[in-house]
Design a protein around this ligand. Structure first.
Ligand code: GDP
Length: 339
């Protein structure tokens, strides 16, 4: 809807070494020059073999070059995505593999030039054929040496293209709280259009991204099911790093509590999660609200307020208090001049 893109979304599928080699030699066979029959045989063969070597080298270098151009420069990738990429595939491996592909591209280019010039001096039909086969052999061997790097990049690419599109430059409201407290209902109720559900490789459920035009511009409202909805102490390294990446998003956390406990979790556990998230996201403003106001029973809200003092009560389902809560969140992103 907003044309937002994550940095890896345009990386095209990475071919295998066999595919690159087959394509290069096939194109070279089909596309090479067929010199006029009037020329002596060794000249015709020389011209043909020369053009085969040129085409093969050209197909390989441009295929490898495409890979290098498709990947964003790791150092220019926003820390949010860099951290996610690091968890998913490892940025050191990414750098190393791209470096190897660059080496292969330059080497194949050099071999192509070298053999095209060697072929100019070929005196016989068999000389020309031998030089062409030698050139092919060396190009194939270069590619074989980066075979594992291409495999690495292929797997990495297939994972990285699935990262959700969250614009790390835009203010973001990150909605946290236990499962079933009403996070996605809240995202829906304050988003202009239907929130997009994008796959998030760290959780079984997708990440929910809503957008909203506000006085501070377009704001993203994000729910990351499976990440900020249970105790961090039970997280594995990958989940923790995926959670840590969220720190790089500019904005505010809205933490929803369900005092009715119909979500299936005790208020006590919910408050413990809040403490953990406060600790993890110390520098980020956190706004706490109590959801399901429409079905609260007497005494429900007190369980929360005796710990936290007064908190806004909303009903995400009925759309009550949600605008005020969003407003409060926006003020935390950019404090009003009076406040
Ligand atoms: P999430 O897992 O935190 O994203 O929770 P959901 O938004 O999926 O909501 C879980 C359940 O709680 C759903 O059945 C919602 O309809 C319900 N729910 C969410 N907000 C409210 C609310 O304000 N009032 C009531 N009564 N139910 C709500």
């Amino acid at each position: 809807m907003l044309g937002l893109k994550q940095p890896f979304s345009d990386v095209r599928p990475i071919p295998t070494v066999e595919e690159v080699v087959d394509k290069a030699f096939r194109r070279a066979r089909k596309g090479c020059q067929t010199p006029p029959k009037t020329l002596p045989p060794h000249v015709r063969v020389r011209i043909r073999e020369q053009s085969r070597v040129r085409i093969a080298a050209q197909v390989i270098t441009s295929t490898l070059d495409r890979i290098l151009r498709d990947f964003p420069r790791i150092d220019s990738v926003h820390p949010f995505y860099r951290e996610l990429a690091d968890v998913l595939v490892g940025v050191d491996g990414l750098r190393k593999s791209l470096g190897a592909v660059k080496w292969a591209r330059d080497s194949v280019r050099r071999i192509g030039d070298m053999y095209a010039s060697k072929l100019r001096g070929a005196r016989t039909v068999s000389d020309a054929g031998r030089l062409r086969r030698e050139a092919y052999g060396r190009m194939a061997s270069i590619l074989k040496q980066v075979s594992e790097n291409l495999d690495f990049l292929r797997e990495a690419r297939d994972k990285l293209v699935r990262l959700p599109s969250i614009d790390p430059e835009k203010p973001t409201v990150i909605v946290a709280g236990y499962a079933n407290v009403g996070k996605s209902t809240f995202v829906k109720s304050v988003s202009t259009a239907k929130p997009e559900v994008a796959p998030y490789p760290f959780t079984t459920k997708g990440v929910v991204v809503g957008h909203r035009e506000t006085e501070i511009g377009i704001v993203q409202i994000v729910d990351t099911p499976g990440l900020l909805d249970r105790p961090l102490s039970r997280r594995n390294r990958i989940e923790l790093q995926a959670i840590a990446a969220i720190k790089h998003l500019p904005g505010v956390i809205v933490f929803l509590l369900d005092p009715t406990e119909t979500c299936g979790y005790k208020v006590e556990s919910q408050l413990r999660l809040l403490d953990e998230i406060r600790e993890m996201f110390g520098e980020k403003p956190i706004i706490v609200a109590a959801n399901k106001g429409d079905v609260m029973k007497p005494g429900d809200i007190e369980k929360i307020e005796e710990r936290l003092g007064e908190v806004p009560v909303i009903s995400a389902l009925k759309g009550e208090g949600v605008e005020e809560l969003l407003q409060k969140a926006l003020e935390a992103i950019r404090p009003s001049p009076s406040g």
